[in-house]
Design a binder for this molecule. Structure first.
Ligand code: DCP
Ligand code: MG
Ligand code: MG
Length: 624
């Protein structure tokens, strides 16, 4: 036992006050496909993305079909395996959203992890039920380890109640959506996630504090601890730490030297089953992106085609999301044949909100006007040219696009912005299958990186800060270095959490995630509109802003110009206003944002005078 271990009596210090349920849907993609086509229920079913079986139903698993198996291997094991393409995540995302929303009936504290997992903190509900309880202590479902918990903090009763709540949740999901799931019930997220996998499918397991150490120690490798990702694992291996017991017994000082203080303590605690991280309410993702991997592209026109197709697809996702992006990011992965090495790089720039205004926005099949589409493509190609010198030979193995710096469309009805923005309806349901465009013929695969939570804290900060950089991970089989011989990498969808941390979804660990010398990309977490150093980055006229691209992070051009059109305000209208009105409008806008935005308030932007009664702002309101 080292210093930390000696200084902590884990059973005593371990906090059992909360009740946390982790829900994981059984063979998620396969269940969705079986709902869409019930005949599939009776067949061994595999869900295929490119040449990989990403999951299968439990019938197929009886034949030895495993996640991330090659299709060819799967067909050898089970020639009658039925394969359904699972590249289009639309339906999975929809069902996923429904599941999360059902869970909100039990608690507002629901945190989504990937597409088929949710943590729910039911501490308050348990407290309510505890008052009505007659004191009986039975458990719904399985118990991992010892049922005779001796802890006197009352956790046993709470967790028993939690197990019944988990049963209700699973019944609700099954009754409403016809989907079966597993649950893990305990007092922290780490143990809840781990114990959830003990009995499956369609089962639930509760663990009491007395068995927590046994559960974590029973993992074959430290990599099995959610929160220890690829990079941390590599470092631990270099330190000779392979098993969970190795980590428990490791010297904290050496660990801190290799990983930094916070991360070292964080993972050391995890190895003892301690996890204080809260269940964070999931918000909308901070970035929405798609990537397409391939063997080789070395001609500009092909890059343009790929990017155009990605853009069309991405615009539909954006339309579904309902928000207006403030920035676009282009990513390429260059392959250097002499070094046998690939390198990912990104550039981003700000985009005018007018491209997404109602005048420009048509419907879900044509989310922006042809003119906006063209402008976006021009911008994208400008960014591309900043990264790739097409006068020299180049070899790309991936291109990606992402929208970031979102703003909600809806603003206060009486605000000047709502007068100027031609708002469009938000959140329509888009069925890609019904759209016959070139984009739909492409093969798509996606990673939905769960907002908020990082179970892969090793590659991030233990407590992710909004300013942190993000990394994208490339899916490739068995950790092979990317080479020109490599199979095509499927297109993937990426979402960044509201706090700016991208998440290495634990789901994808199976595929062997690699970072491939990627350049990290700075993300502005929340655009601060209304201050001089804000996200008000639109220059007037629009076209001059279109060329304001920068490397790595979006370039804020607000210092370069006399007036900046407020984000979400139609740039053409703004540009048409006389100088004085622009000035006044900006002033009123800033005040309004300053008053309504918690961020602005916290930053105490130095704008505090009320708009004049005779201002254009007031005038427009009274004349609406
Ligand atoms: N998935 C993926 N690639 C992976 C792992 C998973 O695309 N490497 C997708 C397909 C799964 C979904 O994510 O259906 C959820 O992942 P899970 O690991 O929870 O797997 P399943 O839900 O399919 O099966 P299980 O019953 O084991 O939870
Ligand atoms: Mg699952
Ligand atoms: Mg899962």
């Amino acid at each position: 036992m080292d210093d930390l271990a000696q200084s902590v009596d884990f059973c005593a210090v371990n906090n059992h006050q909360r009740t946390i349920i982790h829900i994981d849907i059984d063979c998620f993609y396969a269940q969705v496909e079986m709902i869409k086509n019930p005949a599939l229920r009776h067949c061994p079913l595999g869900i295929q993305q490119k040449n990989i079986i990403v999951t299968s139903n439990y019938l197929a698993r009886e034949y030895g079909i495993q996640k991330c198996m090659l299709v060819s291997e799967g067909l050898q094991l089970c020639p009658q395996l039925v394969l359904v393409r699972g590249e289009d995540l639309h339906d999975y995302r929809q069902v996923s959203a429904k599941i999360t929303s059902l869970l909100h009936r039990f608690s507002p504290q629901v945190e989504k992890l990937g597409l088929d997992e949710n943590f729910v903190d039911v501490t308050n509900l348990v407290a309510e039920r505890l008052m009505e309880s007659k004191g009986e202590e039975s458990v719904d479902g399985y118990v991992y380890g010892d049922l005779n918990e001796k802890c006197e903090c009352g956790c046993k009763k709470r967790l028993c109640i939690g197990s019944y709540i988990a049963g209700e949740m699973r019944s609700e999901i099954c009754n409403v959506l016809g989907i079966t799931s597993c649950a893990g019930i305990t007092y922290n997220k780490l143990l809840a996630k781990l114990v959830c996998t003990i009995h499956k499918p369609n089962k639930q397991t509760t663990i009491f504090p007395c068995s927590s150490l046994a559960l974590v120690s029973g993992l074959q490798n430290v990599r099995g601890i959610p929160g220890i990702g690829h990079r941390t694992h590599e470092t631990l291996q270099l330190l000779g730490i392979n098993s969970v017991t190795d980590l428990q017994n490791s010297n904290l000082a050496s660990l801190q030297k290799a990983l930094g203080n916070d991360l070292a303590i964080y993972i050391k605690k995890l190895s003892y089953g301690i996890d204080d991280s809260p269940v964070k309410q999931t918000g909308k993702p901070q970035s929405i992106g798609l990537e397409d991997g391939f063997r080789k592209i070395c001609v500009e026109s092909e890059v343009k085609d790929k990017l155009f197709t990605l853009l069309q697809r991405l615009l539909k996702l954006l339309f579904e999301d309902g928000r207006i992006p403030g920035s676009i990011r282009v990513t390429v992965r260059k392959y250097d044949s002499t070094q046998k090495h690939s390198h990912r790089t990104s550039r981003q720039c700000n985009i005018p909100a007018s491209l997404f205004s109602s005048g420009a926005c048509h419907n879900k099949n044509e989310p922006v006007s042809p003119k906006s589409n063209e402008k976006l493509m021009t911008l994208i190609m400008q960014l591309f040219h900043k990264m790739v010198d097409i006068s020299k030979p180049f070899h790309l193995t991936l291109v990606g696009l992402a929208f970031t710096k979102f703003q909600e469309r809806k603003t206060g009805k009486s605000s000047i912005s709502s007068f100027l923005i031609n708002d469009i309806s938000v959140q329509s349901v888009l069925n890609f299958r019904s759209v016959s465009s070139e984009a739909d013929k492409m093969e798509y695969s996606s990673i939905y990186q769960s907002p908020h939570i990082s179970m892969e804290k090793s590659d991030l900060e233990p407590e992710p800060s909004p300013k942190k950089t993000r990394r994208d991970f490339v899916c490739s089989r068995s950790n092979v270095q990317f080479s020109s011989e490599e199979e095509d990498v499927p297109i993937r969808m990426m979402c960044e959490g509201p706090s700016g941390d991208s998440v290495d979804n634990a789901l994808w660990a199976d595929r062997g995630l690699e970072s491939h010398n990627e350049q990290t990309v700075g993300i502005q977490t929340i655009p601060l509109v209304g201050s001089t150093s804000s996200g008000v980055t639109r220059k007037c006229p629009v076209d001059s802003q279109m060329s304001s691209c920068s490397s790595d992070t979006a370039h804020d051009v607000s210092n370069d110009i006399e007036f900046h059109c407020p984000h979400n305000v139609d740039a053409d209208v703004f540009c048409a206003l006389p100088h004085e009105l622009k000035k006044e409008l900006m002033h009123a806008w800033r005040i309004e944002r300053n008053e309504t935005s918690p961020i602005s308030q916290s930053k105490k932007v130095t704008l505090c005078t009320k708009p004049k009664q005779t201002s254009i702002y007031q005038y427009l309101i009274s004349n609406k």
